[in-house]
Design a protein around this ligand. Structure first.
Ligand SMILES: [Zn+2]
Length: 154
């Protein structure tokens, strides 16, 4: 496990790396002051490919990286990122809130009992009919959750 204090900056991967300066820009353009905690968590969230994460996992990651962040800070920062439109909360019937770094509209597979979330490939799910919103409401978005259960492979 790399200690982020001893190495200067996390090395950028050739895939979809996002250096710390890009994280700062991302935060600023979302109207958030790039504090140390936000930049650190932002880098963990947005520095690589899109991911789904819950506060508990992110806190554990931050602890392993010796980031010195409290659980409350991790929760609050996830909430602030979501309010600023940098994260999307994945609504699933579970006791944990999951956050998605992909804020584009897309659907999810959820593995029941594991809390694991997988993106449904684009175009793999077609909604042919939209419900009419009740009076006084407009549809803000559609999130479909396709639940999965494991089967024994014969
Ligand atoms: Zn997703």
């Amino acid at each position: 496990m790399r200690d982020i204090r001893s190495s200067s900056l996390p090395t950028q991967t050739s895939l979809s790396g996002c250096p710390l300066s890009e994280v700062r820009d991302k935060l600023r353009s979302a109207g958030l002051r790039p504090t140390r905690q936000r930049v650190l968590l932002g880098w963990m969230l947005f520095g690589r490919a899109h991911r789904h994460v819950c506060a508990e996992d992110l806190f554990e990651e931050a602890t392993k990286a010796r980031a010195g962040l409290s659980q409350a800070t991790v929760y609050n920062t996830l909430r602030q990122f979501t309010d600023a439109g940098l994260l999307r909360q994945v609504h699933m019937a579970a006791d944990r809130a999951y956050f998605d770094t992909n804020v584009q509209e897309h659907h999810h597979f959820v593995v029941e009992g594991e809390g694991r979330i997988i993106d449904v490939p684009e175009m793999a799910l077609a909604l042919t009919e939209m419900p009419t919103a009740p009076a006084g409401f407009a549809i803000a978005g559609i999130d479909v959750i396709v639940r999965l259960r494991r089967v024994d492979e014969a």
